[in-house]
Design a protein around this ligand. Structure first.
Ligand SMILES: [Zn+2]
Ligand SMILES: [Zn+2]
Length: 217
């Protein structure tokens, strides 16, 4: 038997996203949004662009952190943000006059004669937004078991049992066109249609599959 399923919705926790933002920071952001200019907000919070977001799906946790150099010919390629310990120098800075921000490779002051960085411009993304988009794509393609909430009685019925807990307090009234079992409360006479699990179809064996089975004998 196969349980009847329905499309997943926002209330189903199929994929859990952890943005790794402490509650104190969220509170501070809410304070800052109305009082700081866009530029000051960027200056204060841009360092968090390199903070990974995690999402857990099917028992496995995945990390998303895409703000790094995307140029395979640069020595910074796919390397995480790093403070060089000389002044305020870091591996990357984020710049861009419009909403299109870029992660820009800085020169490495600890290795001036080594392999140069290529001053690459890699597009900056919100790790959190990417994780929530992945969560949405997983959810719109997912189904979950349908557990309908049945109302077996009219208001004020003396029978407080359900057909599943006390079937003898119900009449069976045949099947609906949808193949649902119709039951009726013996006390309040309310009819309820109970969805039945689908019969599991035997697997379809294709000609190629049988040939492969013979090959294994
Ligand atoms: Zn680079
Ligand atoms: Zn009843």
């Amino acid at each position: 038997m196969v349980k009847i399923k329905r499309l997943a919705n926002l209330t189903d926790s199929i994929c859990f996203v952890e943005p790794n933002i402490p509650s104190s920071e969220l509170t501070q952001r809410n304070v800052d949004y109305p009082i700081l200019s866009d530029k000051k907000m960027k200056t204060k919070y841009v360092k968090f662009a390199y903070r990974p977001t995690h999402f857990t799906w099917k028992g496995k946790t995945h990390e998303i952190q895409v703000n790094f150099c995307s140029n395979p010919f640069c020595k910074n390629h796919m390397k995480p943000q790093k403070k060089y310990g000389i002044g305020k120098s870091q591996r990357y800075s984020i710049s861009g006059a419009t909403k299109e921000r870029n992660v820009i490779c800085s020169t490495d002051p600890t290795d001036p004669n080594g392999i140069p960085t290529l001053k690459c411009n890699s597009k900056a993304y919100s790790n959190w937004s990417l994780a929530t988009e992945i969560e949405r794509l997983i959810r719109v393609n997912a189904v979950v078991p349908l557990d309908p909430a049945y109302e077996f009685h009219k208001d004020g019925c003396i029978n407080h049992e359900t057909y599943f807990t006390e079937p003898k307090t119900f009449y069976k009234r045949g099947k609906a066109s949808s193949n649902a079992q119709i039951v009726q409360c013996k006390a309040c006479k309310k009819y309820t249609n109970i969805l039945r699990p689908k019969l599991k179809r035997p697997p379809i064996i294709r000609r190629g599959t049988i040939f492969c089975l013979f090959m294994q004998i």
